[in-house]
Design a protein around this ligand. Structure first.
Ligand code: PL3
Ligand code: FE2
Ligand code: FE2
Length: 241
């Protein structure tokens, strides 16, 4: 029950969840050193992955180079966000954070498995980024907000790129996509689990992150051609583990 003295009186839920953290506190900066590093590393790996995809899809080389260049810009933008807050990104932590997904991408790349590479980078990682950036924007500092708003628009283009290719090659990719989902969706879930405590210090809610991720992922899978039962089965593998 609310009392007259409650500072939250008159605020709607959305506004309450958007109350800004103290960007100068030690606890904020400590959490930001890891989250910022994750984002910088994620953008760098996204760049590298689109360059790799350009080798598997030579006729798409031009388009994929364009996406890779965007990722480089994102990486620089988020590096500036950390500098602006006086935070040093913990890159060692971030490399470790991405390692399992990174290794799966590298294996798929060396085996020429295009649908798996696209599912990892253009669907799972992009949906993860889109959900994280969405939830971050309302609770970010003004400098980071401007940058993140620009970035999230690009991430939709990247998600869309993967979607379009997989849709056009649905029948031949379907079985491989089930397997790639089974191997990689649990990794994304565990990445979310690992980032949740730091994210909550940035006033980002774990359930909001999962909800937003699932919406982006489900919309992508629907567009690619999966039906409701197939998607439920794909989600179940992350729950069962
Ligand atoms: C693909 O273009 C980018 C891949 C980046 C992965 C992002 C993961 C995000 C994790 C958690 C929270 C982010 C908040 C933003 C902070 C600067
Ligand atoms: Fe990006
Ligand atoms: Fe991207």
């Amino acid at each position: 029950m609310q009392t007259i003295a409650s500072p939250s009186i008159g605020l709607k839920d959305e506004q309450l969840s958007g109350i800004l953290p103290d960007f100068t506190s030690d606890s904020y900066k400590d959490a930001y050193s890891r989250i910022n590093a994750i984002v910088i590393e994620g953008e760098q790996e996204a760049h590298d992955n689109y360059i790799s995809l350009g080798k598997l899809l030579p006729d798409q080389h031009e388009e994929l180079s364009k996406l890779a260049r965007m990722e480089m810009r994102h990486m620089k933008g988020f590096t500036a966000c950390g500098k602006n807050l006086g935070v040093e990104a913990d890159m060692k932590f971030a490399k470790e954070f991405f390692r399992p997904l990174h290794e799966n991408f590298q294996t798929a790349f060396s085996e020429g498995k295009i649908p798996t590479c696209l599912l990892i980078q253009a669907i799972l990682i992009e949906a993860f980024a889109i959900s994280a950036y969405h939830i971050y924007i309302p609770v970010s500092d003004p400098f980071a907000r401007k940058i993140t708003e620009g970035v999230v628009k690009d991430e939709y283009l990247h998600l869309n790129y993967g979607q379009e290719w997989l849709k056009a090659n649905y029948e031949s990719s379907k079985q491989e996509l089930f397997e790639a989902n089974k191997a990689n969706l649990p990794l994304v879930k565990s990445m979310l689990d690992q980032v949740a405590d730091d994210a909550s210090i940035l006033h980002m809610d774990k359930e909001d992150l999962i909800e937003d991720f699932l919406i982006a992922y489900q919309e992508a899978l629907t567009d690619i051609g999966f039906n409701t039962r197939e998607m439920a089965r794909m989600a179940a593998v992350a729950l069962v583990g």
